[in-house]
Design a protein around this ligand. Structure first.
Ligand SMILES: Cc1cc2nc3c(=O)[nH]c(=O)nc-3n(C[C@H](O)[C@H](O)[C@H](O)COP(=O)(O)OP(=O)(O)OC[C@H]3O[C@@H](n4cnc5c(N)ncnc54)[C@H](O)[C@@H]3O)c2cc1C
Length: 495
């Protein structure tokens, strides 16, 4: 008689989901702060980078400075605003210098995650993207670094007549490698950071590029250099020091700006607009096209290095139209004002589709997880969801700052579990929290980009007092998180 043996699934102390800037950071923290933990990083794409390999449109670059978008543990030595290729090189060095490669499995997409309290572990079904076969892995703890948007495709609204358009419609997130824009009339729909990056990269060789926006966006401009970093280098200060000093200065100035934007929005608005007026002169009606309805920083404020977008506009290679689309027509777009825009190519720089927990169906002890019904513990863990932490970075400061703060938190959490013999930690509202008002994951008056507004109903809620807040304030969290109590009863540890 033939006997079959069922091999036990491979087991890890920690599974990290995603090898973007968050997942690679998580691996570094595990390696350096939790050396006894057996861990693996699972990534569905064929390489690391997340955002920075998904997006391949011309000109792709960061819009925050790399002194803060870089990790605290690896000095950034280039210009503050970096291309995707430079960010990937930096991440590659982090992987190589810290022997992280052996811990990362590419082409592994997690398709379900279920928690069992009796077994005190997560079971993941994982599809191998190449072979298509499925494997099962188990873990004591899940460190979710899957980002916040769906990587496969971007968000494109449906407009009437799209099928009538004779040219190509492309989304920057899925930029076709064969797209030839030379000598073409291009309309870019949208005026966020992606449009601001793409347009100056396309403008010099296109017939013309038009940025079509429904409503204006704020832009800041500045040289793509950091004078303090250059001075410290001239003084031969070690790069580690330069990194730390420049980080602190950048953070200080960003914080000052964010606070000013709240305290005196009209003054900040005027400054931003007058800066642009100085760049484009009378080529553009600045009050019409660059004076947003919202206050500065209520949506991400795009930084335009060396003002390249505005140089393209001033040179007449690019222009701005503020109007709405009535319909697509064979030769371009008919606008609500009655005007038409001729186009060979239409780029929909219209944003993302929010992806909550990597689109992975979760269950807890057999019941589907209703994530939107949970309440967040410090924007990182969730009531009723054991042994799981999600990295959701900052909007107004670099995302990566939170990666490092949460790396320290995980290390503290694991030490606390070891010290108390706990195998499970789960946030639970305490008696004292009963009746607390619950608010959305991100408060609309604080930050309201389209992808969040469209997906807010899928996201956890926050309360009105610590530790149930997700306040998106790096300066505050930098002080509070390292000292945040793990023993105030909001986290329940069980053996
Ligand atoms: C064009 C662009 C420019 C940006 N510029 C900046 C900037 O300058 N500064 C800033 O702070 N932020 C910026 N952002 C926001 C940016 O996304 C974050 O800062 C950061 O890169 C997110 O990193 P992450 O690792 O958390 O997520 P991602 O970069 O989204 O990576 C997540 C990874 O998880 C993988 N994954 C997801 N689900 C699964 C699954 N089920 N199974 C296996 N793997 C999975 C994905 O394939 C992906 O590789 C930018 C975003 C875009 C799109």
């Amino acid at each position: 008689m033939r006997t079959t043996t069922t091999a036990l699934p491979e087991h890890f102390d920690v599974i990290v989901v995603g090898a973007g800037i968050s997942g690679v950071g998580a691996a570094w923290h595990l390696q350096h702060q939790c050396a006894d933990k057996r861990y693996v990083v699972l990534e569905s794409q064929p390489s690391f980078g997340g955002t920075w390999i998904t997006h391949r449109f011309p000109g792709i670059r960061s819009d925050s400075d790399l002194y803060t978008f870089g990790y605290r543990f690896k000095p950034w030595t280039g210009a503050p605003i970096a291309t995707a290729a430079e960010i990937l090189k930096y991440m590659g060095e982090v992987i190589e210098e810290n022997d992280l490669a052996a811990h990362i499995r590419y082409g592994h997409r997690i398709v379900s995650a279920s928690w069992s309290t009796p077994e005190r572990r997560w079971t993941l079904r994982v599809r191998r993207v190449d072979g298509g076969d499925e494997i099962t892995l188990t873990a004591n703890f899940l460190w979710m670094c899957q980002g916040y948007y769906r990587h496969e495709s971007g968000y494109t609204p449906r407009w009437p007549g799209m099928a009538d358009f004779g040219g190509r419609i492309v989304h920057p997130q899925t930029w076709p490698a064969d797209l030839d824009t030379k000598g073409k009339k291009v309309v870019v729909i949208g005026s966020g950071a992606t449009a601001a990056t793409l347009i100056p990269a396309l403008a010099p060789h296109c017939a013309h590029v038009t940025m079509l926006q429904r409503s204006p966006t704020y832009f800041r401009t500045g040289r793509n250099v950091n004078d303090l970093a250059d001075m410290l280098r001239a003084l031969e200060i070690p790069e580690e020091w330069t990194h730390e000093i420049v980080r602190r200065k950048v953070l200080y100035e960003q914080d000052l700006f964010a606070r000013r934007a709240r305290a005196e929005p009209e003054a900040v608005r005027r400054e931003l607009i007058e800066n642009l007026r100085g760049l484009v002169g009378d080529k553009v009606d600045v009050d019409l096209h660059f004076n947003p309805r919202y206050r500065p920083w209520q949506q991400r404020l795009a930084f335009v290095p060396d003002a390249d977008l505005f140089k393209s506009i001033a040179a007449g290679q690019a222009s701005v139209v503020t109007d709405e689309i009535e319909r697509f027509v064979a030769g371009g777009l008919l606008l609500k004002s009655g005007a038409t825009l001729e186009a060979d190519i239409i780029v929909t720089a219209t944003g993302f589709d929010l992806s909550v927990l990597g689109d992975i169906p979760f269950s807890i002890d057999g019941a589907p997880l209703e994530f939107h019904k949970t309440v967040t513990w410090r924007g990182a863990m969730f009531t009723g969801v054991p042994n799981l932490l999600w990295v959701f970075g900052y909007f107004r400061a670099s995302w990566t700052l939170r990666v490092d703060l949460l790396g320290d938190l995980v290390a503290r959490l694991f030490k606390q579990m070891e010290a108390t013999g706990a195998t499970m930690v789960v946030p639970r509202l305490r008696d004292a929290d009963a009746g607390m008002e619950l608010k959305p994951w991100v408060l609309e008056e604080d930050f309201n980009p389209g992808y969040l507004a469209r997906g807010m109903h899928l996201l956890p809620r926050q309360g009105t007092a610590e530790p149930w807040l997700h306040h998106q304030d790096y300066q505050r969290e930098n002080k509070e998180l390292p000292r945040a109590s793990l023993t105030d009863g909001a986290l329940v540890f069980e053996a």
